[in-house]
Design a protein around this ligand. Sequence first.
Ligand code: AMP
Length: 285
Amino acid sequence: MDVLTGIGDMQVRAERDRLAGKTVGVVPTMGALHEGHLSLIRAARSACDVVTVTIFVNPKQFGPEEDFNSYPRIFDRDLSACENEEVDVVFAPEAGDMYPEGFSTKVAVSGLTTLWEGEARPGHFDGVTTVVTKLFAITKPHRAYFGQKDAQQVAVVRRMVRDLNFDLEIIVCPIVREADGLAMSSRNVYLLPDERQEALALFRSLKKAEELVASGVRKSLDILEGMKQLLTDTEIRKRDYIAIVNPDTMEPVETLEPGQPVLVAVAARVGATRLIDNTIVTLAE
Ligand code: AMP
């Protein structure tokens, strides 16, 4: 496994692989790798000749009050995990190389980035689309792997790829959960034992939404009402939003139509930790 930090070195390596006719799969991450990340790596490993994992805690996607400084960084363990998964290249650039003095470009998707996560975290998606654009230009993937855990990120990145004609395929992998249902996240390490239990309310509220839809409930308001009860019965300090939306546009859906998948998304603060989770549900035809 090669570990590269230089942008130029990474570009040369990626170009060489492409010229050799190899399919390049890239998994962008911020490190602190868990089974969720590993599922993306395995999906890439099974479909691509060369698997590149990027590890970069991107300062531009954190707000001033957010956890950039305390974000977990366990580089050596991440490297072992990548080695175990037979990753070919780890690209781990320095922030100063990604954003040198004079850096002045921003890639921004409008519209769907102002809703939900975008509203709660102003500027977050501009940071994401800017770094993803740079990572694509550096690692030159044929396929790039993202997790459904960050459903709005998927919608935003897909829109950017379509709008800007990036010549690559976005592959989305399902949410990986702990045995009790908590969605895996690098931020789960912040949770105190009591909070870890309370955090399960997010998953339970999504299960409730799935049950209501399976029983034929069509009105989003009725589904949201059922979910709210589960979220207020717990110690969850602050619910940022619960939403039932079109998974591509992130616009609210009032009434579910048979056969039309909708995204049910929730964001809440448990203690000091902000968690997000979601599920896709479809009313039976
Ligand atoms: P991050 O390191 O948090 O930026 O995540 C890197 C990638 O892993 C993103 O595409 C995430 O959506 C994905 N990811 C994170 N957690 C999970 C999970 N529990 N299941 C599936 N994918 C995940």
